[in-house]
Design a protein around this ligand. Structure first.
Ligand SMILES: Nc1ncnc2c1ncn2[C@@H]1O[C@H](COP(=O)(O)OP(=O)(O)OP(=O)(O)O)[C@@H](O)[C@H]1O
Ligand SMILES: [Mg+2]
Length: 319
């Protein structure tokens, strides 16, 4: 499947704004999720991820902006084609696992009998067959969360929205969930999920939106986010001093023969030439491309600082 053909969006949102009692939680968010993509919403606590997802699903209405979900302007019209794992987990404790899943399916228009049969299949397939007849209250927290996750898939949605799906799962089950998300996308389902654990997004996502202070300072390919930061060089030299030191960029920090700096815009060749001609004696040199984690910290940090500044100047004006 070709991802991201123009105009073929599972979700398209422009200028979404949400205020709570005068506090602007989401401040002009644009998001476009290509059909069939795995899309990550990354942001620190309180950034506006959950509020954005709730607006996309039509659980709450934006104060400004538009959203189109699976081609519809009212997301509730397509609720049966969407699976949703909310941030606050909860199933009826007295229900049996199979019934809980069938119940969620029924809410999305699947007859109970079909829902039960699919629930058993799903539980088997995901290694939870042994818990099919247990009550929800008899499950561990992580198991209950897995059951709820299966409940978001039982009606075979075209689009799934997971709010912090990895939180509360052990490392093994986090890995299983990553696999499940990949399998969903391979089957043509669009997956959008929020997280503050960047590693999951880095492994899974075709595209990400970084949210900080209610704004989106970056949306696009993971690679493009990483390219916002320059590669980092680590260098070890035999010589401790010499003319070659002048070739190191201004931000070079070092001790003795170990140096760490940002790769200059001019690239690695002029640097190498200067080191060789200056008899630095290169013992080791590595060029490392920053990962999504570093890019996230830089982009979100800058945006959060800007939001604080804007808030402060707004308050000054108001005073
Ligand atoms: N119903 C509400 N009433 C008032 N303020 C709210 C409400 N919902 C969210 N907020 C505020 O909006 C901001 C964004 O909250 P949101 O839940 O969207 O953040 P988040 O990015 O999902 O954070 P987390 O990673 O902690 O889940 C926060 O400052 C929060 O206090
Ligand atoms: Mg949240």
């Amino acid at each position: 499947m070709t991802i991201g053909q123009d105009g073929d969006w599972a979700i398209e949102a422009r200028g979404l704004v949400k205020r709570f009692d005068g506090f602007t939680a989401v401040d002009g968010v644009d998001i476009r999720v290509p059909r069939g993509a795995i899309y990550g919403i990354l942001g620190p606590n309180g950034a506006g991820k959950t509020t954005t997802l709730r607006m996309l699903l039509g659980i709450i209405d934006p104060d400004a902006g538009m959203r189109r979900v699976l081609g519809h302007e009212r997301p509730t019209d397509v609720a049966r084609r969407i699976g949703y794992l909310p941030e606050e987990r909860g199933l009826y404790p007295a229900m049996k696992t199979t019934e809980a899943i069938a119940f969620l399916a029924a809410l999305r228009g699947v007859p109970l009998k079909t829902g039960r049969a699919r629930a058993r299949e799903l539980l088997e397939e995901h290694g939870l067959g042994y818990a099919a007849d247990r009550q929800i209250r008899q499950l561990s927290k992580g198991m209950a969360q897995q059951v709820q996750l299966l409940g978001t898939l039982v009606h075979q949605p075209e689009l799934v929205v997971f709010d912090e799906p990895f939180s509360g799962l052990d490392a093994l089950n986090q890995g299983k969930l990553e696999k499940m998300i990949r399998a969903l996308a391979q089957g043509g389902t669009t997956v959008i999920f929020s997280t503050h654990v960047i590693a999951h997004a880095e492994r899974l996502c075709d595209q990400v939106a970084i949210i900080a202070g209610g704004k989106v300072p970056f949306a696009g390919l993971v690679d493009d986010a990483r390219d916002r930061l320059r590669p980092q060089v680590r260098l070890e030299t035999r010589a401790r001093d010499g003319a070659w030191r002048a070739a190191l960029p201004a931000d070079a920090r070092g001790e003795g023969a170990f140096w760490h700096f940002t790769l200059p815009e001019s690239g690695v060749e002029p640097l190498l030439r200067a080191l060789i001609e200056g008899d630095a004696g290169i013992l080791s040199l590595s060029i490392e491309r920053p990962g999504l984690h570093d890019a996230f910290v830089a982009i979100a940090g800058e945006a959060a600082a800007r939001a604080l500044e804007e808030n402060a100047s707004g308050q000054e004006k108001a005073a």
